[in-house]
Design a protein around this ligand. Structure first.
Ligand SMILES: C[S@@+](CC[C@H](N)C(=O)[O-])C[C@H]1O[C@@H](n2cnc3c(N)ncnc32)[C@H](O)[C@@H]1O
Length: 246
């Protein structure tokens, strides 16, 4: 059973587009700022990308790319999406294929468990960068032990050594007091317990909040960006994003 994808996800995402828009815009700006290679904007007159800029992207947990901006995808020559949800491939194409065709980006959508044979998947695309698109926060639902969540992340990090990769994922989620208007902008740093509590208070968080156990996804010293995401009325997520360079 797919707890985090499938038709229920698509229905919810389709209906929530206006509510999610402020977070999607912040994520878009952040993605561009991290992979600020020439060729990364929507302008067709861009300079060619430098030789070491990855031209190929593996997008893991892509679903229909409900939060994934075309302006960022269009910089790549090839985009490969991976999702276990059989609806993901047709819906991703429906939402993104036209824009990618215009930029000459080849789109291939794979219906498969990306983590079942992750090292082999990477070997098949040695020159690609990887983006985990709101999927690593779900690993805690696919295992019964906290330690194995950490072990999974360790294995993923090891497989990715020597390559550029990034992730946006749930850090925590939970109920909030009804809140009108766009979600608040996150502070630059949320490292200490006090900063965490201040951030939760700013989001009007009500106990209990679920920890998605993603605190140590990135190698130490990776700069991390935080976002509030008004997932449902009265239930928000705290997203974290980072980009790793070898
Ligand atoms: C929270 S949704 C995010 C979807 C997408 N990034 C978006 O913004 O629309 C998580 C997605 O990860 C997919 N997923 C979960 N486990 C996966 C796995 N092992 N391999 C590939 N996809 C997976 C789910 O099917 C679901 O579509």
């Amino acid at each position: 059973m797919n707890l985090t994808g499938g038709l229920a996800w698509h229905w919810q995402a389709w209906r929530a587009q206006a509510r999610w828009a402020p977070t999607v815009r912040r994520l878009e700006a952040w993605l561009h700022s991290q992979t600020n290679w020439p060729g990364a904007s929507t302008s067709p007159t861009d300079l060619p990308a430098p030789l070491n800029a990855p031209r190929k992207l593996l997008l893991i947990g892509a679903s229909a790319g409900w939060m994934m901006p075309n302006s960022w995808l269009r910089q790549f020559e090839e985009v490969h999406t991976f999702d276990i949800d059989p609806w993901a491939a047709p819906l991703f194409k429906w939402r993104h294929a036209d824009a990618l065709k215009k930029s000459g980006t080849t789109l291939t959508c794979h219906t498969q468990n990306a983590f079942a044979h992750f090292p082999q998947l990477l070997e098949a695309h040695p020159e690609a960068c990887v983006f985990f698109d709101n999927v690593l926060g779900q690993i805690r639902f696919q295992t019964k032990e906290i330690d194995s969540v950490e072990t999974n992340f360790e294995r993923i990090r090891q497989s990715l050594q020597g390559r550029q990769w990034g992730s946006v994922h749930d850090r925590m989620s939970g109920p909030v007091q009804r809140y009108f208007g766009a979600p608040p902008q996150a502070p630059e740093k949320i490292d200490t317990d006090k900063q965490t509590q201040q951030w939760l208070m700013r989001m009007n968080a009500q106990s209990p909040w679920l920890d998605h156990l993603t605190q140590h996804v990135f190698p130490a010293q990776t700069a991390v960006e935080n976002f509030a995401w008004a997932f449902k009325p009265g239930y928000w997520h705290w997203l974290q994003a980072g980009w790793v360079r070898p």
